[in-house]
Design a protein around this ligand. Structure first.
Ligand code: NAD
Length: 407
């Protein structure tokens, strides 16, 4: 059945964490957390958040955990002010025990900032993708990083399918023409195609990548491909008739559409640079809702502006919020369109916000009461990577070997 969803157990086999873990050290009596300071770095929801209480991931609505934490005697600080030395983030991280932030408006916890965070024990990502934390530095400090795995993967997969369609069908300039009072079919149709019979490949076939491919099956694409060091379970690959390609260069050279669905880590930073993009088929489209820094911003803009690729779409940027002069705001295919960029919102639909707010509360409650965390949510813990999705490293010893080899 190509529509079959995987059970959480089989999904965790798709490039995910296996070891059982708890957030209390050495499984003894849970630590007691008294008068703990929790720092929330979220986006400012303004008037929209006052009018819409389901905008939970905002400084106004505080993931719905403010009263619950205060009743237990803990201190909660919520801010969107996260850049620069004098920011609220830098001020409060100094004595916070728990940091909660979203990938949509991340408090960047670099090694330097972490050094000032004397009490920090736990970082929770309200959402999916914990690259805003220097995970190696967190391991050095024994800080646990957990995220709400799976909470917005359908939200993102739907956005990817929409982005593929809007690029391939040249939707954005067609719509702009209408709202600007125009009606001229030929300049739009000359760069509009069908998705049927195209080759689509995903970099990363985890929860999101797999769901993208699953959702593409009714479009009768010519072939569905994936590149991932963690192979899909055979039954999962068979269910949607997807073929694994062992080399990324070979995969992108075969694709009409490439979609990026892997985490940002040392090995994926700048992965889509000038060289890899030059291997893409002329006119192919690139969709990236994973992380902006996986693509070299200028190389992408040059490829779109020159017409080498048909277009680029996504919602993630190398710096968020993105500056006004970012090349992805203005890039344009020579035939018009080819730009499907939006602000980072694919994984923060109202449906997703409810799920990641609840998941954040559960992780926090487990921490406070010494209960075991769901291993699928743990990225690093006790100085080690628990998740297998942030690069191919099995154990701390392997990691060290890899460092020696690359030095
Ligand atoms: P996942 O852990 O289920 O899957 C990630 C997959 O990527 C794994 O199978 C892993 O083996 C693979 N991978 C890692 N490094 C790779 C590499 N170098 N080459 C190929 N494959 C590689 O994660 P997921 O839930 O599918 O999410 C993936 C990413 O999407 C997140 O880490 C996050 O950065 C991003 N994301 C974005 C949004 C958004 O709102 N735009 C929301 C959620 C997640």
């Amino acid at each position: 059945d190509p529509k079959k969803e995987f059970t959480p157990a089989s999904l965790s086999a798709i490039g995910q964490s296996i070891p059982h873990s708890t957030l209390t050290s050495n499984n003894q009596q849970p630590e007691r957390h008294i008068n703990m300071k929790v720092l929330l770095v979220l986006y400012d929801g303004g008037k929209a958040a006052e009018e819409e209480p389901r905008l939970l991931g905002t400084i106004q609505n505080k993931l719905g955990i403010a009263d619950w934490l205060k009743e237990q005697g803990h201190e909660l600080v919520a801010t969107d002010d996260k850049e620069g030395e004098g920011s609220e983030f830098k001020k409060h991280i100094v004595d916070a025990e728990v940091l909660i932030t979203t990938p949509f408006h991340p408090g960047y916890l670099t090694k330097e900032v972490m050094q000032t965070a004397k009490n920090l024990k736990l970082c929770i990502t309200a959402g999916v993708g914990s690259d805003h934390v220097d995970l190696n530095a967190a391991n050095e400090r024994n800080i646990t990083v957990a995220e709400v795995s799976g909470s917005n993967v359908v939200s993102v997969a739907e956005h990817v399918v929409m982005s593929i369609l809007l690029l391939v069908r040249n939707y954005t300039p067609a719509h702009e023409q209408i709202i600007n009072g125009g009606w001229d079919v030929a300049p739009i149709a000359r760069h509009a195609f069908d998705l049927e019979n195209k080759v689509v490949g995903t970099v990363g076939a985890g929860r999101i990548g797999y769901r993208v491919l699953q959702r593409l099956t009714p479009f009768d694409c010519k072939e569905l491909l994936y590149f991932d060091y963690a192979p899909l379970p055979e039954e999962a690959a068979k269910a949607i008739n997807v073929r694994r390609v062992e080399s990324l260069e070979e995969m992108v050279a075969q694709c009409d559409i490439v979609t990026v669905n892997c985490p940002l880590h040392e090995k994926t930073k700048g992965l889509f640079n000038k060289e890899l993009i030059s291997k893409m088929k002329p006119g192919a489209w690139l969709v990236n809702t994973a992380r902006g820094a996986i693509c070299d911003a200028q190389a992408v803009a040059d490829a779109v502006n020159s017409g080498h690729i048909g277009g680029y779409a996504g919602d993630v940027w190398n710096v968020q919020p993105s500056p006004k002069d970012h090349p992805w705001r203005s890039m344009k295919h020579p035939l018009g369109g080819g730009n499907g960029m939006v602000a980072h919102y694919s994984g923060t639909t109202l449906d997703a916000q409810l799920r990641y707010a609840e998941g954040t509360k559960t992780i926090l409650d487990n921490y406070l009461t010494g209960k075991a965390q769901d291993p699928a949510n743990v990225i690093v813990e006790n100085g080690n990577y628990v998740s297998k999705a942030y690069g191919k490293r099995e154990t701390k010893a392997d990691e060290r070997k890899e460092e020696v080899r690359t030095d």
